[in-house]
Design a protein around this ligand. Structure first.
Ligand code: SF4
Length: 296
């Protein structure tokens, strides 16, 4: 199997077959992201995809879930994605779900009929970096869409029969705006009903605008208290049934996992317990390690 550069996938795709169909990210300019800064965007050839699928048929003939690499593979045209899906079903006939990272912009570029056609070919449960429900936070992150546009496109996706997993960034609006960001993000999620909410906190590596803004103080990161208040407020405002809440990214101040709405009290209890545990450092900002891991 051929992969270019570092391979990224959501943690809950650990058991999926990873098939490269693009290199890098077609947007590659979110202010907090350095994942593909050194990888020029490119499209994998059908010949290479066929070679990889031949190898996968030998190594993983029982694959049921395929995750298409890289940063926003849903940027490919509907026609190209359809052909890739057909190739996957030909080589790996047990495949049930084909999924990938997708941006709101990638959805916008497809018609309703194309979305429905892709769903019929098994493309589903896309992983979308929604990030925030606040327009100015989205603008600062350079996502390229407003909250209203995200709602419109995600609703089109849902109407085509596709589920989606939402990535959201706690602290995405900066210090002092934890409630505002949590309420706006919860409203966006309540309206678009993801099957999974994946939370991480705002962090960056050298080489992106956010890193520079954090260094100069132009952007002030949340304190521990603000991160925990934001997560508490998000949980309190989410009105989703049967939705996984996946808060296990190493950058999170509290590690929490459960199913909404059933486990809401348990999740809120974990946030409050963590607040108590960190009571002496609540007004400090976290120290970070690799992948934004909270060291203290
Ligand atoms: S966050 Fe996603 S869409 Fe934005 S630059 Fe990184 S990989 Fe591309």
């Amino acid at each position: 199997m051929k992969y270019t550069g570092q391979v990224y996938r959501p943690p809950f795709e650990a058991r999926s077959l990873l098939l490269q169909v693009t290199r890098g990210c077609s947007h590659n300019s979110c202010s907090f992201c350095t994942m593909y800064r050194d990888v020029p965007f490119g499209i994998e050839s059908f010949e290479q995809i066929g070679e990889d699928l031949k190898e996968a048929r030998e190594l993983f003939p029982a694959a049921r879930r395929v995750f298409l690499e890289n940063g926003d593979a849903f940027c490919l045209s509907a026609e190209r994605l359809a052909r890739i899906a057909e190739m996957i079903h030909e080589y790996l006939p047990l495949t049930e779900i084909i999924t990938m990272y997708a941006s709101v912009l990638n959805i916008r570029d497809k018609t309703d009929a194309e979305l429905k056609m892709l769903r019929d070919l098994g493309i589903d449960q896309l992983n979308v970096g929604v990030e925030s429900g606040l327009d100015d936070a989205l603008r600062y992150m350079n996502k390229g869409y407003t909250a209203a546009e995200a709602v419109r496109e995600l609703k089109r996706l849902r109407s085509a029969g596709m589920d989606y997993a939402a990535n959201v960034i706690l602290g995405g609006a900066g210090s002092g705006r934890q409630r505002e960001n949590a309420e706006a993000t919860a409203a966006l999620l309540n309206e678009t009903r993801p099957y999974l909410v994946f939370t991480g906190t705002l962090h960056s590596e050298p080489g992106c605008p956010l890193h520079e803004d954090l260094r100069t103080g132009a952007f002030r990161e949340n304190t521990f208290r603000e991160y925990l208040e934001e997560e508490e407020c998000l949980l309190e405002n989410l009105k989703l049934q049967g939705c996984y809440f996946f808060g296990l990214h190493p950058s999170n101040v509290v590690q929490a996992y459960g199913v909404l709405d059933r486990d809401k009290e348990k999740l809120l209890g974990e946030v409050r317990r963590r607040k108590e545990e960190l009571r002496e450092v609540l007004d400090l900002q976290p120290l970070r390690g690799g992948e934004g891991a909270v060291l203290l």
